[in-house]
Design a protein around this ligand. Structure first.
Ligand code: FES
Length: 114
């Protein structure tokens, strides 16, 4: 299947260190949960799947950041990830990473690149 773009949300919906927006991506036969957040002025996309145990990360829908808005944190056991790289810096899966999903911000919209 040819690569394509799918709209996730308006760019304005993603504020620095604020709530993320969930969407889904197809990988083979599976429809997987994913999310986008804004950090360092840029939009970052990852599968919504902790590197420790493959559960969704947000303790409330869209709440991926810690209270300081600096790190992504898994609601289950507190694994803490850098929001630009997805690298786990603290917790049971320290040294592992979230799986990046290709996203693009263009003309005020955020897209998933399939
Ligand atoms: S499932 Fe995420 S830290 Fe354990």
């Amino acid at each position: 299947m040819a690569a394509g773009k799918r709209l996730i949300c308006d760019a304005a919906a993603l504020v620095e260190g604020g709530e993320g927006v969930r969407f889904t991506v197809r990988r083979g036969d599976e429809e997987l949960s994913a999310f986008v957040v804004r950090f360092g002025g840029l939009v970052h996309g990852f599968l919504n799947r902790c590197a420790h145990i493959p559960v969704e990360m947000d303790w409330q829908e869209g709440r991926f950041f810690d209270s300081g808005g600096l790190y992504l944190i898994c609601s289950t056991h507190g694994a803490t990830y850098h929001p630009e790289s997805g690298f786990c810096i603290r917790g049971p899966c320290k040294g592992q990473s979230l799986t990046r999903v290709a996203v693009e911000e263009l003309d005020g919209k955020v897209y998933c690149i399939d």
